[in-house]
Design a protein around this ligand. Sequence first.
Ligand code: FES
Length: 116
Amino acid sequence: MAEWIHVAAAHECPPGTAIEKLAGDRIVAIANIDGSWHALDGLCAHQGGPLGQGSLCGTTLTCPWHGWEYDATTGQHCTAANVRQQSFPIEDRDGQLFVCLPTSIVSEEDSRVERS
Ligand code: FES
């Protein structure tokens, strides 16, 4: 099961940029590559840096903390084959962006919030 969650207006992320948004309680990095949308887990696999605040060059999204680079279209780390950010389906619905998160992730996040 999965759940589509509204994350942003499309105009907030012009072509060639990335932004950081919340999808439920999860941070996602959204990249606009020439009008094509991509969504990744927003916490860098290195030390949890804010990937959505990184710079986008072509399809490469660079974490602002220590420079780890990912292919924004897949989440694959550019040099470490064993490192991959989780990616999520994303859709532009009449100028509003929705990200599809597996229900298990949403439930995990919900229960984490309830326990804190
Ligand atoms: S936290 Fe992203 S490169 Fe270190």
